[in-house]
Design a protein around this ligand. Structure first.
Ligand SMILES: NC(=O)c1ccc[n+]([C@@H]2O[C@H](COP(=O)([O-])OP(=O)(O)OC[C@H]3O[C@@H](n4cnc5c(N)ncnc54)[C@H](OP(=O)(O)O)[C@@H]3O)[C@@H](O)[C@H]2O)c1
Length: 345
């Protein structure tokens, strides 16, 4: 078995180091991908800082990959050696993406269309899953809307408003794009005004300055639409944003959150639902919707209906990732940090 370079966390809450690790073999239904780009996500620095999800150390992290298929396991028919693909990694050393080679089940691999670079493609998987699984998975994983990539469902929610907290976050940008595919209108989002043009290009119709007091959010939404808000997606999910998004909802409304629930107990009513998404197509409960999404994904990307986040490439290959995670933790604006695992300096 030959070896590769991998960025590992040495022990729980420990330091990062680049180490040699064995390249894994793909099993039946799996492919081995040579990673050309991997995107960074908040979960990566959170795992290193707080130690969750991981059962084996040293641990490879990383959940966003793009690269070239170099081996296929038995029974794989949808992709072949040499194909450029994107995929979501997972929280174990075979499938994580902060390394030069990773294994993934072929049903959750999508070919990259020619209009996307590896770096752009690597920004897609985690945020795509977090947006799409929340909106279109059956309960309890999601809020069970009709998936717009399936026949007859495009534009199904025309005339219904949606509120997206944090539209310029990586997740928020994907939520806005799916809201547009589903026909929601108006698509109201909170963000810094400097990101208004970007968010309008993705489908947002109204941008509310996120520095305005959140207590004013329900009134600001009502000034835009008199229709009842039945869907809100809080891509930030701080306690104050969750409470504000909950207040915006009409009876019968559903709030998606991406972090632990923090709506005040005194506010909670059986008339409004709160769903916490686990944004991974790798998770067994999400696999069916994930596979259906991945089958449609090359078309959605080629048409530009789903666009990647804006990319900043980190210097130093895998060794540059820890500094990138510090930068991400300090806060970025409408930007995805991406490393090139083959570029090891
Ligand atoms: N549950 C899951 O499976 C799952 C999956 C993925 C992510 N997450 C979590 O979701 C959160 C977002 O992740 P991400 O990668 O999308 O983050 P990100 O891209 O790093 O978020 C940065 C953006 O957040 C916006 N922002 C920050 N505070 C805000 C606020 N109070 N109101 C509105 N916008 C605000 C900023 O907007 P401006 O620049 O416009 O000011 C900035 O563009 C993280 O906490 C992450 O851990 C959870």
């Amino acid at each position: 078995m030959s070896t590769q370079k991998a960025l590992v966390v040495l022990e729980p809450k420990g330091a990062f180091a680049v180490q040699d690790r064995d390249i894994q073999e793909p099993g039946a239904g799996e492919v081995l991908v040579e990673l050309r780009a991997t995107a960074l996500n908040p979960v990566d620095w959170k795992i290193q800082a707080f130690d969750f999800f991981i059962t084996e150390y040293p641990a490879v992290l990383g959940t966003d990959g793009a690269g070239v298929v170099v081996k296929v396991g038995a029974g794989v028919t949808n992709v072949a050696v040499g194909d450029k693909v994107l995929f979501q990694g997972y929280f174990d050393n075979r499938r994580a993406t902060f390394q030069q080679y990773a294994v993934v089940a072929s049903e959750i691999v999508a070919k990259i269309p020619p209009n996307l670079s590896f770096e752009e493609a690597s920004t897609i998987p985690l945020t795509l899953a977090t947006a799409a699984l929340a909106l279109y998975s059956p309960k309890p994983q999601g809020i069970a809307l009709a998936a717009p990539w399936e026949a007859g469902n495009r534009g199904k929610y025309a005339g219904e408003p949606i509120v997206v907290i944090g539209g310029s976050s990586s997740v928020g940008q994907q939520v806005i794009q799916f809201a547009r595919l589903s026909g929601f209108s108006p698509i109201i989002t909170t963000a810094s005004p400097s990101n208004s043009a970007l968010l309008k290009s993705l489908g947002a119709t109204h941008i509310i300055d996120r520095s305005a007091p959140l207590s004013e959010l329900p009134a600001a939404v009502q000034a835009i639409t008199s229709a009842p808000v039945k869907v809100a997606y809080d891509a930030i999910s701080a306690p104050d944003t969750q409470n504000a998004a909950y207040d915006v909802l009409a009876p019968g409304g559903k709030l998606v959150i991406v972090l632990a629930q923090a709506v005040d107990a005194g506010r909670l009513t059986p008339q409004k639902e709160v769903v916490h998404v686990f944004g991974s197509v790798q998770a067994p409960d999400n696999r069916k919707v994930g596979a259906s999404l991945y089958a449609a994904l090359p078309g959605l990307l080629a048409s530009g209906e789903i666009k990647p986040n804006k990319v900043e490439v980190l210097p130093g290959g895998l060794a540059g990732i820890p500094a990138g995670l510090e930068k991400l933790r300090a806060g970025v604006s409408a930007l995805k940090l991406v490393a090139r695992p083959q570029e090891n300096l």
